[in-house]
Structure formats: structure tokens, C-alpha cells
Design a protein around this ligand. Structure first.
Ligand code: FAD
Ligand code: NAP
Length: 449
């Protein structure tokens, strides 16, 4: 075999790093890579997850763009695996496929009342404020008091965007409809609930500290949550991040509060029990107070409390979606795999099929972690050369003809550059980094010129 024709499905960081690592990998064959994404723009959650007021992290797209621009990768945007292109198509045109489809949905939280009006998944809200083309343009922001459930970085993102004064978001790439929506929000109090203690949080120091720097927002923490047990005290000594987090909490506990027009409350030892409603709408959040079990976990105390709120956001993790023809682990929302080699239902390796990123390992970890995922997957792909598919139509033109014959309005790398330049120009005109184009048909129209 002198050439590997590889399809990668998913142009988020995992898919792009996989392409980059393969191109740089020591190997005895040539490579040509086609990168598919259902969206007209690449970068996955870096574009549609990372918060707009985190421009430094958004800047990772510059490095990802360099990979795309390397000249060895063709990009096919606006192509959905499962409808526009199938596994049979991929087998006819390629030697192998890597699925890097990530996760976009919220994990479930099965408590009574979670389906009431005014109860939302964080992932949907994130998609809205980051201008994802597949969510409605309007978001109902009518609540004065809001509950955010979860103690990960997504919970802090959501709480920050809800509490931050919208004029402080204006310099960012926040879409116009989102700014207008947030401007109309009457919110005064955002309550974040963690089911464990302050030393068992999943969020990180930088993201926590940032909350304390919000203009005209008081940080409220409660003394009753800081009576640390031995396990928490030991955690502060052994874990640098928790050491810093504890320092941040100590500073906030010593701060004067009361002058700001908005408050962001952090409640710990609060296990969600029920979302209460009135006339079908959220009216309160009910939780059970927990206490440490001495080993990093918690047990219920039997004491129940209610906080009046008019909206609830659950930020209890993301969840991967199944892909047509590909095995799926329903419990964990991932593709079953051994170090990136996809496993069939009988646990045997599925030749030619690989996975990387969040769909391989679950929705936890930073952008950088998808690099090590990709290294592991590519190592196997290269080693498995003998078991790759033998495509009937390996010609590079054939897949273009196929998509065209199906009327798929795919976008390419040049089209992405066009859309990117257009967004930057829109931003330039108003002294902002970029203004995102949100509607899918407009993205496609601009990309396809
Ligand atoms: C709200 C949020 C904020 C975050 N902020 C940060 C941060 O500040 N810093 C940090 O380091 N990490 C952050 N992360 C984590 C980071 O986003 C992930 O580690 C990373 O994006 C995972 O990469 P991935 O490529 O596996 O998945 P994704 O980024 O989700 O990319 C998957 C791609 O696959 C495409 N796709 C899915 N299904 C199909 C299909 N059927 N056909 C074609 N294409 C498909 C999607 O459109 C998407 O482009 C954040 C995560 C979230 C949820
Ligand atoms: N700025 C950034 O760097 C940034 C921003 C956003 C996201 N990310 C990364 O993206 C990844 C995903 O973040 P995430 O916040 O979605 O996930 P996460 O870090 O796994 O946090 C999920 C949170 O939900 C809680 N939870 C889960 N089930 C629950 C339940 N039934 N009841 C109450 N609470 C529940 C968890 O509590 P327990 O711990 O008790 O299980 C945890 O606090 C993380 O690696 C994160 O660091 C990074």
C-alpha cells in the first residue's frame, strides 16, 4: 500500500490533532485526509463551547488553522455523517475512518420537575450564547433568581455568563442576538449548587478566581460549608489546584458584600432533589444538605432546603451521541474502543474504524488532552496497515462527485477562510475581534460565495 486515504469525521480539536499527528508520524506510506464536519465551520467546541469572554482559549483556533492550512487536508463542512455520508460510502472511498464527533448534548439529571418550563440544559444554553447554528436565536431570560446545578467548569461558565453585565461582554465575539437577550435579563441572583464540598469541586482555580473579578457582582459563600473534614484538609495539602481554590474562597469569605447589583452564590453540600413548579413553570430548587463521608464522597443528612428560583440550568456533564452503523456504549455515551480501535458488539476489533477525543473517552478534559488521545489512536491506525479497507473508489474526485450528486451543499477550506474573514470584517467595523455569523444558511452562503 503506497497511500492511505483517511476520512476523519469531526473537525473539532480531536479530529484536527489526529490529522496533524498522522501527517507528522513516521510512516512508509503517503497520506491524504478528508475531514468532515456537520457544521459549516471547523473547531467544534472551541468555537461552540469555549466561552466568548475567553479569547485566549479561543485563540487555539490559530494553531488548529495552521494544521488545516498545511495543504494535506481537504475540509468538507456542512456534511453530516449518517445522512449526507454513510459508513458504506466511507468504505467505498477510504482505507479507514476516525470518528472524532465529541459530545454536544447534556447528560440527564433524573429528578422530579427537571422537565418544567424554565429548566434547561447547560449545553443548550452554551450553544445559544456561542451562536451555534442549530439552536433557536432567542433564549428566555426572564428569571431574577437562577439555579445552576454542578461544580464543573461548565457550571462556572454558565453562572458567569448569566451574572456578568452584558456591556462587559460586548468586546468579545458574542453574537448580537445573544447580547440583546442578555441585556434584557432581569437577573439579580445566580445560585450554583455542588453536591459535594468546596474541596471536591471539578472546576479549576483560574475559572473560579475570574468570578471574583466580575464588575458589580458580589461573590457569596457560606461559612457553614467551610468546616473542612480531614479528607478536605489533606486534599488542600496534596493538591496545588485545591490549595489555590481554598485561598480564593478564604479571600471571598473576608470580603465586604452588599454593594453590587448582582450576586453569585456558591452553595456546597447541596444534592439536587427536585425542581418545584407552579403552573408548569420553575418556582424553586429543592436540595438535601449532605455532609462529607470522610473519603471524598458525601452522605445525605435528611435536611431538605428550598431556594426560590425561576430558572434552573443543569451543568452535570455533556454526553456523546450514537452514530449510524457504529457501536455505541449507551451508559457512557462513547464509542466502545481499545485505545482508539473501535470494538464491535462481540468486543472484536472493527477493522478500519477508529475513535478519538470526547467520543472515544467521554466528555471530560481540556483541549490539550485531545492531542494525547489522537497520538494513541494514530499509533494503532499506522500499525494496523494490514487490516485497512480496500476501497472500490479511492480516487479523490469520487467523493466530491458523490456529495454533489446528493445535492449536499458542502463547504471547503477556502470557504471557511472566506467566512472567517467575513466575521473578522464585521468585528473590525465595530472594534471587536469578530462577530459570528449564526444562521447555518448564511454561513453556507458566505462560504460557498
Ligand atoms: C462549554 C465548554 C467549554 C469549554 N471550555 C474549555 C476551555 O476553556 N479550555 C479547554 O481547554 N477546554 C474547554 N472545554 C473542553 C474542550 O472543548 C474539549 O476538550 C474538546 O472540544 C473536545 O474535542 P473533540 O474534538 O473531541 O469534540 P468537539 O470539540 O465536540 O468536536 C466534535 C466535532 O464533531 C462534529 N460532529 C459531531 N457529530 C457529527 C456528525 N454526525 N457528522 C459530522 N460531524 C459531526 C461536531 O460538529 C464538532 O465539530 C470546554 C468544553 C465545554 C463543553
Ligand atoms: N475554562 C475551562 O478550562 C473549561 C470550561 C468548560 C469546560 N471545561 C472542561 O470540559 C470538561 C467538561 O466540563 P463539565 O463541567 O461539563 O463536567 P465535569 O467537570 O465532569 O463536572 C460535572 C459536575 O456535575 C456534577 N454532577 C454530575 N452528576 C450530578 C448529579 N446527579 N447531581 C449533582 N451534580 C452532579 C459533578 O459532581 P461530582 O464531582 O460530585 O460528580 C461535577 O461537579 C471538563 O474537563 C472541564 O474542565 C473547561
Amino acid at each position: 500500500m503506497s497511500k492511505l486515504r483517511l476520512a476523519i469525521v469531526g473537525a473539532g480539536p480531536a479530529g484536527i490533532y489526529a490529522a496533524d499527528i498522522l501527517l507528522k508520524h513516521e510512516r512508509s506510506f503517503e497520506v491524504s485526509i478528508d475531514l468532515f464536519d456537520r457544521l459549516p465551520a471547523p473547531y467544534g467546541l472551541v468555537r461552540y463551547g469555549v466561552a466568548p469572554d475567553h479569547p485566549r482559549i479561543k485563540g487555539i483556533t490559530n494553531a488548529l488553522r495552521e494544521v488545516l492550512d498545511s495543504g494535506d487536508i481537504r475540509v468538507f463542512g456542512n456534511v453530516n455523517y449518517g445522512t449526507d455520508i454513510t459508513l458504506d460510502d466511507l468504505k467505498r472511498h477510504y482505507n479507514a475512518v476516525i470518528f472524532a464527533t465529541g459530545a454536544i448534548k447534556d447528560a440527564d439529571l433524573t429528578i422530579p420537575g427537571i422537565d418544567l418550563d424554565g429548566s434547561y440544559g447547560a449545553a443548550d444554553f452554551v450553544s445559544w450564547y456561542d451562536g451555534h447554528p442549530d439552536v433557536p436565536r432567542e433564549w428566555p431570560l426572564e428569571a431574577r433568581s437562577v439555579a445552576v446545578i454542578g461544580n464543573g467548569n461548565v457550571a462556572l461558565d454558565v453562572a458567569r455568563i448569566l451574572a456578568k453585565h452584558p456591556q462587559d461582554l460586548l468586546p468579545t465575539e458574542i453574537p448580537d442576538n445573544v447580547h440583546a437577550g442578555l441585556e434584557a435579563s432581569p437577573v439579580t441572583d445566580v445560585h450554583v449548587f455542588g453536591r459535594r464540598g468546596p474541596m471536591q469541586v471539578k472546576f479549576t482555580p483560574l475559572e473560579l478566581r475570574e468570578l471574583g473579578e466580575l464588575n458589580d457582582v458580589d461573590m457569596i459563600v457560606y461559612d457553614e460549608d467551610f468546616d473542612y473534614d480531614d479528607a478536605s484538609r489533606a486534599a488542600i495539602q496534596s493538591n496545588k489546584q485545591l490549595f489555590v481554590i481554598d485561598k480564593v474562597f478564604s479571600q471571598w469569605r473576608a470580603r465586604e458584600t452588599g454593594s453590587a447589583s448582582r450576586r453569585l452564590h456558591l452553595h456546597f453540600y447541596a444534592k439536587p432533589v427536585e425542581v418545584l413548579g407552579s403552573d408548569g413553570r420553575v418556582s424553586a430548587f429543592r436540595y438535601e444538605r449532605t455532609r462529607p463521608d470522610g473519603a471524598g464522597g458525601v452522605v445525605g443528612t435528611g435536611e431538605f432546603r428550598e431556594v426560590p428560583v425561576q430558572a434552573v440550568y443543569r451543568a452535570v456533564g455533556y454526553f456523546g451521541s450514537p452514530l449510524d452503523g457504529i457501536p455505541y456504549d449507551e451508559r457512557h455515551g462513547v464509542i466502545p474502543n481499545h485505545e482508539g480501535q473501535v470494538l464491535a458488539d462481540d468486543n472484536a476489533l472493527m477493522p478500519g474504524v477508529y475513535a478519538t477525543g470526547w467520543i472515544k473517552r467521554g466528555p471530560v478534559g481540556l483541549i490539550g488532552h485531545t492531542k494525547s488521545d489522537a497520538m494513541e489512536t494514530i499509533k494503532h491506525l499506522v500499525k494496523d496497515q494490514g487490516s485497512w479497507w480496500q476501497p472500490a473508489e479511492p480516487d479523490e474526485q469520487a467523493v466530491l462527485d458523490l456529495l454533489q450528486s446528493r445535492g449536499v451543499l458542502f463547504t471547503d477550506l477556502e470557504g471557511w477562510h472566506r467566512l472567517d474573514a467575513h466575521e473578522r470584517e464585521l468585528g473590525d467595523a465595530r472594534g471587536r475581534e469578530r462577530i459570528k455569523v449564526v444562521p447555518r444558511d448564511e454561513m453556507v452562503r458566505i462560504s460557498r460565495d
